[in-house]
Design a protein around this ligand. Structure first.
Ligand SMILES: [Zn+2]
Ligand SMILES: [Zn+2]
Length: 438
């Protein structure tokens, strides 16, 4: 389905809904107002122009706190007169030294590299946009901010570290370093920024100041006579363009829909389902105390927390590590099957389900971050040591692959498929009526 409009319609106020693909006008809003998609209820814009200077201050403080968190002590552990200290880097380093290089890379990326990149990109955009002539690369950089953001998992790490801390307290004297407090501050600031940042206002400011990478503008669009209306997946601007051309606002490539979406999502889901079995059967770690102890699986970990009367934490780990991946796999398969069948069954609820699945996926990393914290902190040889197990690698694979699968799936295809079927049914009805009348 390709929406065609008259060649001279002004598209500057139109946006494509990222969830259902409906092209609609988003009017100028006063601060505090929210624009919602008329078809699937997705939030298209949360107007908060006055919040931009606050976001600028927040991200600057977050950058300072994050730098401090990277260099300050994380957790100190005392067991029978022996002592170890660790930083945020110790967990990934120890995982790497114990033969889990892939896991080390994932923890390093989601805990250190991606949050650092997210903060840096936002610093560049929010300070850069104050210049009267912002760099032409700024919109392109800002487009990347949206893609990097979900992979920065400071808040998930803190929850994992908290569970590790309650487990450690049962076996040794633990003291929390200033790193945790700084990281907690970073988390609060990033959550506040994510909840209040008016992304559209930043795009408009950059556009008004003439910052753009692509030389194409509305006049050339019209002169070239392109009628196809494509929404940008980075900035949501709607323009007349060919598939594969650059967006005139942010420079990212325009595609009508994500390429090969259904096939790729199927492949990833099959991979994740196969890994789900070893993830739950193989041990995720081995805890050794005075040479004793044995391997534990995800479910063993849940039972241990329950036996220690830490019921809310046991419930949380069960939810994040077992229930959430299962919900994700089942929901994604259901959405794929209904899309193939061109069904219009509860489309609006399916759009909500997609948003939910997209938002909860990252929380399954809790168990991996708990493991990284334990492996990094508990390394006292014979006295007490925590070793990572192959189950953790499989589990991390499940989490990451399902996250990529939800990203790969294009929810707009559900609406396209239903529309296609409705059009076909209409044609059949018209043909039948014609046949009846003659
Ligand atoms: Zn929508
Ligand atoms: Zn764009």
């Amino acid at each position: 389905m390709r929406i065609r409009r008259r060649q001279h319609d002004d598209l500057s106020t139109y946006r494509e809904c990222h969830d259902c693909g409906l092209v609609q006008q988003v009017p100028d809003l006063p601060d505090g107002e929210v624009a919602v998609c008329g078809r699937c209820d997705a939030i298209l814009r949360r107007a908060n122009v006055k919040g931009i200077p606050i976001a600028r201050a927040c991200v600057t403080v977050a950058a300072l706190l994050f730098t401090f968190a990277l260099i300050s002590p994380f957790v100190d552990l005392h067991v029978l007169g022996r002592y170890t200290t660790s930083t945020l880097f110790t967990g990934p380093k120890e995982l790497g030294q114990r033969g889990m290089a892939a896991l080390a890379v994932v923890v390093f990326m989601t805990l250190i590299a991606m949050p650092a990149l997210k903060i840096t990109l936002l610093l560049m955009v929010l300070w850069g946009m104050m210049s009267p002539r912002p760099s032409k690369f700024l919109p392109w950089i800002y487009g990347w901010y949206g893609f990097v953001s979900p992979w920065a998992m400071v808040e998930v790490f803190l929850l994992g570290a908290f569970i590790a801390y309650t487990r450690l307290r049962a076996m040794a004297a633990v003291s929390v370093g200033p790193c945790i407090i700084a990281l907690f501050g970073v988390m609060l600031l990033l959550v506040a920024i994510d909840a209040t940042l008016d992304r559209e206002a930043i795009w408009r400011t950059l556009q008004a100041k003439g910052a753009r990478l692509s030389r194409k503008d509305m006049q050339t669009e019209e002169a070239e006579g392109w009628h196809h209306i494509l929404g940008c997946h980075a900035c949501y601007l709607v323009s007349r363009a060919r598939d594969g051309e650059s967006c005139r606002r942010c420079g990212h490539h325009l595609h009508f829909r994500k390429r090969g979406s259904l096939g790729r999502t199927w492949a990833l889901l099959i991979g994740a389902t196969l890994l789900y079995i070893p993830a739950n059967v193989l041990p995720v770690m081995t805890v050794l105390r005075l040479g004793k102890g044995g391997p534990t699986t995800i479910m063993n970990g849940v039972v241990e927390l329950a036996e220690a009367h830490l019921y809310p934490l046991a419930g949380l780990v069960l939810l994040a590590s077992v229930v959430v991946p299962m919900i994700k796999l089942v929901s994604m398969v259901m959405m794929l099957v209904l899309t193939h069948r061109k069904s219009d069954y509860h489309l609006k609820h399916r759009a909500k389900l997609y948003r939910f699945v997209h938002a909860i996926g990252r929380w399954s990393m809790i168990d991996i971050f708990m493991l990284a914290t334990l492996v990094g902190v508990v390394r006292l040889g014979f006295l007490s040591t925590v070793l990572p197990g192959m189950g953790a690698m499989a589990f991390c694979g499940v989490v990451l692959i399902t996250m990529v699968a939800t990203d790969m799936f294009d929810p707009r295809l559900m609406w396209d498929a239903a529309e296609e079927r409705a059009a076909r049914d209409d044609r059949v009805i018209t043909a039948v009526r014609k046949a009846e009348s003659t």
